[in-house]
Design a protein around this ligand. Structure first.
Ligand SMILES: [Zn+2]
Length: 160
């Protein structure tokens, strides 16, 4: 029971196909990184984990503790969660962003929204890298707003 994730699960493929179709390039199941992330996007400094709701104890219906032997499961889920946090911290220390997608977020009903959010998130992560660099030269506040120099244009007279 030590394996909590398997390779090439359907949700994983779903995300990969979407990313690929949208021009993102990645590596999969990268063993050299903590937690062996499902998807690694180097250019975006981002790794993606597709978490099964049951094993990783998501707060949705699938993540509910089974009624038989609840203590056993609660402990197991707790350990898995702690491990997830550890992995995330290790990755962070190495300069990686971690994005967790829950299996339930990839169900037909919410799938499109989730996939779009991943793209959005990746682009944000990418932009952030440049934003950080840009902040080293902050000249924005030294220059007065030139827009204010536009005269008082009256919009009201024609439109009434
Ligand atoms: Zn879930």
């Amino acid at each position: 029971m030590s394996r909590i994730r398997s390779k090439n699960t359907k949700p994983e493929l779903l995300v990969r196909r979407y990313l690929y179709a949208n021009g993102f390039r990645y590596r999969v199941n990268v063993a050299s990184l903590p937690g062996k992330p499902d998807i690694v996007l180097k250019k975006y400094h981002t790794v993606i984990f597709i978490h099964g709701c049951f094993w990783h104890g998501h707060s949705c219906l699938q993540g509910k503790t089974p009624q038989t032997n609840p203590l056993f499961w609660q402990n197991k889920f707790k350990r898995n969660k702690e491990r997830d946090i550890e992995v995330r911290n290790e990755l962070k220390a190495l300069g990686w962003n971690t994005l967790v997608i829950w299996e339930c977020q990839l169900k037909p009903k919410t799938r499109q929204k989730t996939l779009e959010e991943i793209t959005y998130w990746l682009n944000e992560a990418y932009l952030d890298r440049f934003r950080l660099k840009k902040n080293q030269y902050s000249f924005a506040e030294e220059e007065p707003l030139s827009i204010a120099a536009e005269g008082d244009t009256s919009y009201s007279s024609d439109n009434q």
